[in-house]
Design a protein around this ligand. Structure first.
Ligand code: FEJ
Length: 372
């Protein structure tokens, strides 16, 4: 369960049994043909995959509007095979919450989503969707009432309900096996990239894959099948917020130090005495003081190139893509788009940009920016 020196499962004693049960079973269950049949069938007929590779842009026009559903389907199917009757999840941008609530509605299983009070405000359309889908949204009022507090509340719930509950973590974070399990579910993104690239360009290898990183699941999925091929440059884009040195940022590889967050050893934005510091990003999905251990290792080993984009650069990129291509991207994805300008690309390059989600959820923020 390690990526270099990062990863592991540093969890409260009371969670051991839950996490052990997952670790013992996830590979076998995912390898079962009945699991794969159901999983692939849902991705095809319910999510609407494969999503088109369009003009070297990777569009997730998936059902529920982002990549999160790939992971939510996998984990709910897994939870059912483990006999769980109750699903909990954390969410920040609300996409993961909506994806989990969607699959729970489809499978008729109870769904509770923890969400920071601040995020409930700025992603209101997704809160409405979760409620429409029959999920219970519980405001995380502890701490700074953002994503990390939603995650803490979900972990507290799981400790109190160890037997009948599965915690669907929304990104490649948390104790082993979550980072590996979520990356496997998201790997469908690079699988589709490869064969669509082959069809369109004759080669299944791009020169660059670019993706935004909050916890890092859409990037893990986009990078997955290219990790070991140095011919493919992996470009991870973090949220610089008001700027790396502004004190209002979420660029964890630039500002973080090795530490433990939510059960995983990775890079964490923290004070001298190891208290997690409050991150900032205009996008809820990247507003996270940690990063998945896979990405900490990609950064530490130099295999990945870590760029960042500020709030304003992301906004600009969102307006530009909307006007130039008729696609309104999620604020998170707009960070990946903004970073393209920082790459010295040549016409020989094949760049695949992973657009992790649609901008429907961010229209209020876009409209506010337009008024300025
Ligand atoms: C459209 C979109 N793009 C990217 C992200 C960043 O999450 P990763 O792909 O896991 O880095 C997100 C993250 N969304 C989560 C959520 O919807 O709850 C996030 O806020 C938390 C799970 C971290 C997203 O919604």
């Amino acid at each position: 369960g390690y990526y270099g020196k990062f990863g592991g499962a540093f969890i409260p004693e009371m969670l051991h049994r839950n996490v052990e049960e997952l670790k013992e079973n996830y590979i076998n269950i995912m390898a079962e043909s009945s699991f794969q049949e159901e999983y692939q069938q849902l991705l095809r007929d319910y999510v609407g995959r494969p999503t088109p590779l369009f003009l070297a842009e990777r569009l997730n026009l998936n059902h529920t509007g982002a990549h999160k559903i790939n992971n939510a389907i996998g984990q709910v199917l897994l939870a059912q095979r483990l006999g769980k009757k109750r699903i909990i999840a954390e969410t920040g941008a609300g996409q993961h919450g909506v994806a989990t609530a969607t699959v729970c509605a489809l499978k008729g299983i109870e769904c509770i989503v923890y969400m920071g009070v601040k995020d409930i405000e700025r992603q209101a359309p997704n809160v409405a969707r979760m409620k429409m889908l029959g999920a219970t949204v519980i405001p995380a009022a502890s701490g700074s009432q953002t994503l990390k507090d939603a995650t803490n509340e979900a972990i507290r719930d799981w400790i109190n309900n160890p037997n009948d509950t599965h915690y669907v973590i929304g990104s490649v974070v948390g104790p082993h096996p979550y980072p590996d399990m979520v990356a496997r579910f998201q790997s469908v993104i690079s699988e589709e990239m490869r064969w669509q690239l082959k069809e369109k360009t004759g080669s299944e290898l791009p020169t660059h894959v670019v993706a935004c990183v909050g916890g890092g699941s859409n990037a893990a999925g986009a990078f997955y099948h290219f990790l070991d091929d140095p011919r493919v440059r992996l470009i991870a884009v973090e949220a610089a917020g008001h700027g790396i040195d502004s004190g209002m940022s979420a660029a964890t590889t630039q500002l973080g130090k090795p530490g433990i967050l939510h059960g995983s050893k990775s890079l964490v934005m923290q004070t001298e005495d190891g208290q997690v510091t409050e991150p900032h990003s205009i996008s809820a999905g990247l507003d996270y003081p940690g990063i998945g251990p896979l990405h900490a290792h990609l950064f530490d080993s130099g295999r990945g190139t870590f760029l960042s984009a500020t709030d304003n650069e992301a906004l600009e990129a969102a307006f530009e893509l909307s006007k130039l291509e008729g696609i309104i991207p999620a604020l998170e994805s707009s960070h990946a788009l903004a970073a393209l300008k920082q790459l010295k690309l040549s016409s020989k390059d094949t760049v695949v940009l992973c657009l992790s989600g649609r901008g429907d959820k961010d229209l209020a923020t876009y409209m506010k920016a337009m008024k300025k």
